[in-house]
Design a protein around this ligand. Structure first.
Ligand code: PEP
Ligand code: MG
Length: 575
């Protein structure tokens, strides 16, 4: 029977394919007793789960993407080793036999025991393997619950027909999908600016989040239509609906092809104002798409993705290579590399996820300042890469003057250490700050006095202004870039930056929302950075904008407080 489920579209277009269910990331462990005669079956079930995970990991190892960090393969080998160790693959069977309990419970008892032992280990390297044990145990647990962990389907054409249906996935999970060519990707949880959605958007396929119960309602292999523009999925559609969407899909494809012709056209308004359209990337491998979309620079390289999906941290040389690659491939165009914004929904240590309010916690620059050695390693790698292109360094989540001063001091320290080592670099690399915390946006002088440029992270700015967790699907509908307070603050930032003559860009998702292009231009923005997929649409809008006519109307929108009126005004602006 046909079924329609509504969510929030994060990436437009239409996909039609077969559902491929991806398992939950969090698991509840049931405990129940089993009769003696069931012990053998329960042990066999455990063995089968271990085998499933071994097969998954081996398959994953065979499909490591070309652009993946070098350690990714080693990380899979490590997980295979942990899985093969008798403490995980044999002892739970003994527990099933001695305790007459279900396999999940036996695995939980044994994992808890192992983790306790890890806590007493002095060697820091070995202690850090704790997270790997948790991850391997979770995979076995997922397999046991009849929901095997994500096993990539065979590469090739068949992937193009798959719609991944997930309950929840971390940004780190999604970044691994970049090696595949799925038709679409939908999740139950997540907000429109969650990092999972952001990475999903960079896959350049229709995506929907906040579907709430899709993972429960959809069955493996069912036909699904994903309308990413409307934020709706149609499960098991009838023939007429299917035919209508196939037609829409073709039309959408033709429209995209036409837009591609704008790639090399400069983004200039009808009245001759030049606008910079840059791309946001997560990994060096994304540069090709950025250039293909006509990006004239990289406005945001989210370097924290180099730190995810691996058991260890990338060292200075590995980071240097990644930054050098991006700078060289951008061939003299500006490249803004952001210091790592780990924490919140991008954790390298799973236990840190337990923070009560991770988005308000130890993330981004706050985390960097607590780990100066790790931060300096990254700064040294960036500075070394500075000779290979036009580098700018961007610091996320700044809130007060002391953070800016400390960050700049650490940069000086990194420069001195390079001097001591006789390594050359560009001494005048511009350093900018992200405006993401309302306090910094309002007291902008804190940043303008100390930094060379600003980049507004509207995803976090809106999260903190409207008090809505970006990752929480239950409040995703409250995300509102047109909230009068958001517009007022943006107007304030652009005006203030203009007055003191400091360049300002927007690199949050607002910059890639074509419905907001004219509004942002009218409020004074000239530098946009967005996922590559949005570049053609936004450029087309810029080309059709007469700024002298648009600006007074956009400024009038700053005075409107009625949401209905604001939406009407926006429609008029875009007409
Ligand atoms: C933002 O907050 O708008 C931003 C660009 O940074 P991120 O989405 O990575 O938090
Ligand atoms: Mg941010």
């Amino acid at each position: 029977m046909s079924l329609t489920i509504h969510g929030i579209g994060v990436s437009g277009g239409i996909a039609i394919g077969h559902a491929h269910l991806v398992s939950h990331t969090k698991l509840e462990v049931a405990h129940y007793d089993i009769p003696a005669e069931q012990v053998a079956d329960e042990s066999a079930r455990f063995d089968a789960a271990v085998k499933t995970v071994r097969d998954e990991l081996e398959q994953l190892r065979g499909t490591v993407p070309a652009g993946a960090p070098a350690e990714f393969g080693a990380f899979i080998d490590l997980h295979l080793m942990i899985l093969a160790d008798s403490t995980l693959s044999v002892v739970p069977r003994t527990i099933i036999r001695s305790e007459f309990c279900n396999a999940e419970w036996a695995l939980k008892i044994q994992t808890d025991e192992l983790l306790q032992q890890f806590d007493t280990i002095e060697d820091s390297y070995l202690r850090e393997r704790r997270t790997d044990v948790i991850q391997v145990a979770q995979r076995v647990m997922k397999a046991l619950s009849g929901q095997p962990g994500y096993a990539p389907p065979p590469a090739g054409d068949s992937e193009r027909n798959l719609v991944l249906v997930a309950h929840d996935l971390s940004p780190a999970d999604v970044v691994l999908f970049k090696q595949h060519q799925f038709a679409s990707f939908v999740t139950d949880l997540g907000g429109v600016t969650s990092h999972t959605a952001i990475v999903a958007r960079s896959l350049n396929i229709p995506c929907i989040v906040a579907l709430h119960h899709a993972r429960q309602l959809v069955r493996e292999n069912e036909i699904i239509i994903v309308d990413g523009t409307q934020g709706v999925i149609i499960v098991d559609p009838d023939a007429q609906v299917l035919a209508e969407y196939q037609l829409l899909q073709r039309e959408f494809g033709l429209e995209r092809q036409k837009l591609r012709r704008l790639r090399d056209t400069p983004a200039r308004t009808l009245d001759g104002i030049d606008v910079e359209l840059h791309a946001n990337i997560e990994l060096p491998g994304d540069v090709a798409l950025a250039l293909d979309g006509g990006a004239t620079g990289i406005g945001l390289f989210r370097t924290e993705f180099l730190f995810l999906n691996r058991p260890d941290l990338p060292d200075e040389d590995e980071q240097f290579e990644a930054y050098r690659q991006v700078l060289e491939e951008m061939d003299g165009r500006p490249v803004t590399i952001r210091t790592y914004d780990l924490g919140a929904d991008k954790q390298i240590d799973d236990s840190a996820r337990l923070a009560t309010n991770p988005a308000l916690g130890l993330r981004a620059i706050r985390l960097c300042l607590t780990e100066p050695k790790r931060f300096i390693t990254q700064l040294r790698a960036m500075l070394r890469a500075s000779l290979h292109g036009k580098l700018k360094i961007l610091i996320p989540m700044l809130m007060n003057a002391s953070e800016v001063d400390q960050a700049l001091q650490l940069l000086e320290q990194a420069k001195r250490s390079l001097d001591d080592d006789g390594i050359t670099y560009d001494r005048n690399v511009p350093v900018g700050g992200m405006v993401e915390i309302p306090a910094a946006a309002l007291a902008l002088g804190l940043l303008t006095k100390r930094l060379d440029f600003l980049s507004v992270g509207t995803n976090d700015l809106i999260q903190y202004m409207l008090a809505i967790d970006r990752t929480d699907d239950t409040v995703a509908h409250l995300y509102d870039p047109l909230h009068p307070a958001v517009l007022m603050v943006l107007g304030h930032i652009f005006r203030t930056a203009g007055k003191v003559g400091i360049p300002v860009s927007v690199c949050g998702e607002m910059a890639g929302d074509v419905a907001l292009t004219r509004l942002l231009l009218g409020l004074g923005l000239r530098r946009f950075s967005m996922h590559s997929a949005h570049l053609p649409d936004v450029k087309q809008r810029v080309l059709k904008t007469h700024l002298a006519e648009t600006a007074p109307f956009a400024r009038r929108m700053l005075r409107a407080t009625d949401p209905g009126r604001l939406h009407l005004m926006l429609d008029k602006l875009n007409a």
